[in-house]
Design a protein around this ligand. Structure first.
Ligand SMILES: [Fe+2]
Ligand SMILES: [Fe+2]
Length: 327
């Protein structure tokens, strides 16, 4: 794979990206903000509002609360992701205020994403059920430790990674929304629903960018897809640490699996969805490494599905994130 060629291709996509920016990002004036979904602390009866909010939040089971903290910590590491996107070759924002469509996308995406961590952070703090110092320490460590998605600054690998990742986040937030509703926590149901809506739009964007790459450069596109799948999609918060638990991310993943928020079969489902979105099975005229890559990705979801059936439940987990008293 020649990264220089990939850079040329994404640079040739400027008009395409410019044309779609309007439907992929929402104008600020039409956007929700975190405070729209939280008790208004400026209201005269703020105590009553907050009390009712906290009563409703009591309904959430502890394991759901733990997964939500993990999701929030992931969202809060946004500075890491923006720096990473700006490192992808051909997508940079050289001045920080560039009107290059890729730079506009990167800043627009970041500003929409920034609300996710804000909203979940504030929601969780207001429930009174969280050890916020432990959670903040986890975010601090995570930003400090960074994250390497193994995309080597290659925009093709970057698009595969983000297409996967945005869909994975959409699924997690949607599932938490469903579980919150089941528990009778309507506020969180709404919150996770609106966040999932953003993730869905971002998923659409990255899939569209990569679909364009598949049109312009099919052999290299399928090769990049297979390369990312072989490396496995690592979740962005893999290096999370609360200062105590060495395997915190593994623990968080186990609870996500057990609660059904994000499971191994979701992983298989995402692979399937990407194969279908990009019509990988129907690409013709590939030879050599590209043909092999095509065969590899087309058979991958079934292999993951077989593997996911063998996962067993491991029982409840304890987290420093959850408050002991009143939790
Ligand atoms: Fe997000
Ligand atoms: Fe996202």
């Amino acid at each position: 794979m020649s990264i220089e060629h990939h850079v040329e291709v994404v640079e040739s996509m400027l008009d395409f990206v410019r044309e779609h920016l309007g439907s992929l990002l929402k104008p600020v004036e039409e956007s929700w903000q975190p405070s729209d979904f939280l008790p208004d602390l400026n209201a005269e009866d703020w105590v009553r509002r907050l009390t009712e909010f906290r009563e409703r939040a009591k309904a959430l089971p502890r394991d759901i609360l733990a997964v939500l903290v993990g999701d929030m910590v992931t969202e809060e590491a946004l500075p890491t992701y923006q720096s990473w996107i700006n490192r992808l070759r051909g997508l940079a924002d050289p001045t920080g205020v560039s009107d290059n469509p890729w730079a506009q996308w990167s800043r627009g995406w970041t500003s929409e994403e920034n609300r996710h961590g804000d909203l979940l952070n504030r929601y969780l703090a207001l429930t009174g059920r969280i050890n916020m110092h432990a959670v903040e320490t986890t975010i601090h460590h995570l930003l400090n430790r960074g994250f390497d998605p193994q995309t080597q600054n290659d925009p093709y690998l970057g698009f595969v990674y983000t297409s996967f990742q945005e869909r994975a986040t959409k699924i997690s937030h949607r599932n938490v929304a469903t579980l919150a509703k089941r528990a009778g926590e309507e506020t969180l149901h709404t919150i996770c629903g609106v966040i999932a809506g953003d993730e869905a739009r971002h998923e659409k964007a990255y899939k569209l960018f990569m679909a364009r790459v598949f049109e312009l450069d099919p052999a290299e596109a399928v090769h990049a897809f297979a390369t990312m799948m072989k490396r496995k999609i690592t979740m962005p918060a893999v290096l999370m640490y609360d200062g105590m638990e060495k395997n915190l991310f593994a623990k968080f993943s186990r609870v996500a699996q057990q609660t059904g928020v994000y499971t191994a079969s979701d992983y298989a489902g995402i692979v399937d969805d990407l194969v279908n979105t990009w019509n990988v099975g129907r690409l013709s005229g590939l030879s050599g490494a590209a043909a092999k890559a095509q065969e590899y990705v087309c058979g991958l979801a079934d292999r993951y599905r077989a593997l996911s059936e063998r996962l067993s439940s491991t029982g409840p987990e304890e987290f420093s994130w959850l408050a002991k008293v009143g939790a």
